[in-house]
Design a binder for this molecule. Structure first.
Ligand SMILES: [Zn+2]
Length: 314
């Protein structure tokens, strides 16, 4: 079946706390709702709740496909595989379970791939056949599009830039290795950097990385240094990734990207210095233009383009 972007598509974005569900057409979320991810008796009860929410949102409309984005989702097996931050410890065939309940073809992919496809189809990556999308948040994710196709790799999760080594024998990473980019430029990594610089303890009492951004803007020395170090690690990692994947654009998204020019201005400056010469006029660096709430749902919806030859929407 040929897919078009003006089809009605349902995006289901599964997060550790809540699951957002939205009806998407032409990159716009027409209607949306959310349900808690936790607190269901088992995965079957969760699938029932998702299906019920889908029916409420789509009343009077027939979506042509459903895309589900989730941590640890494997595109090849269509299973959510033992995701540490989700309530089910076994492998869950959620795409099949939702398809059975709704009668709509359903596809599943990991949230990093979803973010990449969302930026490509609907966001700042539109029109770029070679694209790198990096998500800076609780973790660091990445998705790579080369020659107009999402690169899946042998295990379905190519583009894991967060788990490339940036410091030899460095900080412990959640993956069990040492020195991964994620241990430095994620929200947790930034907070640790600030802590190691012996910054003001009161700043870290607030959640997230925004408190460090606010402190930096207010002139806090350790917060400014934290941003400087974060930018240096990230710039080197991005320049390395460019040498391998050759993107025409890099889109930075996720919570830390909302630091805006505090992150982007020095990052652009260092990135230019770190970059291999031949890419100087070939790749640019932008922040995602998608809102925090819409990015996950649009990305999940964009996963539905994976079963066909991926095609640009421009
Ligand atoms: Zn790691």
């Amino acid at each position: 079946m040929e897919r078009k972007t003006d089809d009605l598509i349902l995006g289901v974005d599964i997060g550790g706390t809540s699951t957002k569900i939205g009806l998407v057409q032409n990159g716009l979320i027409l209607r949306s709702d959310r349900i808690p991810t936790m607190g269901h008796a088992d995965e079957h009860a969760f699938a029932d709740a998702v299906a019920q929410c889908i029916r409420q949102i789509t009343t009077g409309n027939d979506p042509s496909a459903i895309g589900i984005g989730a941590p640890n989702a494997n595109h090849f097996t269509q299973l959510i595989e033992q995701a540490p931050n989700l309530p089910w410890k076994n492998d869950v065939p959620l795409a099949q379970m939702i398809a059975e309940r709704t009668g709509v073809p359903t596809t599943l992919g990991n949230d990093a791939n979803a973010a990449a496809l969302g930026e490509w189809q609907y966001g700042a990556g539109k029109g770029f056949d070679d694209l790198l999308v990096v998500t800076l948040g609780t973790g660091v994710g990445g998705g790579v599009i080369v020659n107009g196709k999402l690169v899946l790799g042998s295990a379905g999760n190519a583009g894991e830039i967060g788990h490339t080594t940036i410091v030899m024998d460095g900080r412990d990473c959640t993956c069990g290795r040492k020195g991964c980019l994620e241990a430095y430029v994620s929200i947790r990594g930034m907070r640790r950097t600030y802590d190691e610089l012996d910054g003001n303890k009161d700043v870290l009492k607030q959640e997230g990385a925004q408190c460090i951004a606010d402190a930096a803007l207010a002139g806090d020395t350790e917060a400014k240094q934290t941003f400087h170090h974060t930018v240096r690690w990230l710039s080197v990692a991005l320049a390395n990734a460019v040498a391998i994947t050759g993107p025409g654009r890099i889109v930075i998204c996720g919570g830390i990207a909302r630091s805006g020019s505090l992150l982007l201005d020095p990052l652009k400056e260092w990135f230019r210095k770190d970059l291999l010469n031949i890419y100087h006029d070939r790749v640019d660096l932008v922040l995602s233009g998608l809102g925090e709430d819409e990015a996950g749902v649009l990305g999940a919806a964009a996963l539905t383009f994976m079963n066909n030859e991926l095609k640009r929407s421009v």
